[in-house]
Design a protein around this ligand. Sequence first.
Ligand SMILES: C[S@@+](CC[C@H](N)C(=O)[O-])C[C@H]1O[C@@H](n2cnc3c(N)ncnc32)[C@H](O)[C@@H]1O
Length: 232
Amino acid sequence: MKDLFGTALLDYQNNNYTEDIITSTSISEEDTLPIPYLFRSFDAMPFIEQEALSLVKGAILDVGAGAGNHSLYLQNNGFTVKAIDSSKGAIRVCELRGVNHFAHIALLEETETFDTILLLMNGTGIFQTFQNIPKYLKHLKSLLNPGGQILIDSSDITYMFEDEDGGFWQDLHQGYHGEVDYFLSYKDEEEVPMKWLYLDFSSLHIAAASAGLYCEMVHEGEHFDYLARLWG
Ligand SMILES: C[S@@+](CC[C@H](N)C(=O)[O-])C[C@H]1O[C@@H](n2cnc3c(N)ncnc32)[C@H](O)[C@@H]1O
């Protein structure tokens, strides 16, 4: 992993913003990911994220914190938050922006426990594959204090597989349809391709039950996106 995502965040933080990140997936064309969006204020956040921030309690873990937008907002509102990210550049940006508690670790390396765990901006992406879900949910559950909760967002991308008649096509040999290959480039350099998981609510609900977690839909967005709350 070259950490081009972290490099882009650091460039922006250090006033060296000249171009945006280019992304594409195995099921979608090239798209631009504007770096200023990765430094969004509360007002610029989608409603689902604002809703998640309104539901937090106690000690918080912000998983895949990126540039630390959610951590900073909560910290400024009196919460104790730990930001973690597998991107070294992202965690350096969190530090430079004033996040008090941070660690450059992947989710599966975290061992402390929390009252609220946040995974936002397609939080299920971090699970990477459908097969990985039980492992990640089991680990997330182990990081919850009694009475703790997980707030996670994702999108049901089934609509991308619908034909004109409203039918649904899927290559069963390709596995779960929300598991996509994710390509990212920045300043003409290409990142090592990654797996990224979009998970429909029903599948999350079933996987949560298998992991011994309750799961409820908190909010359904306008474009197949949703916020879910899981607890033990
Ligand atoms: C789509 S970005 C979202 C960033 C931030 N939450 C936001 O909303 O702006 C996903 C983030 O998750 C991080 N990430 C991916 N896999 C991870 C893992 N296994 N553990 C921790 N962070 C991870 C990436 O480096 C990236 O910063």
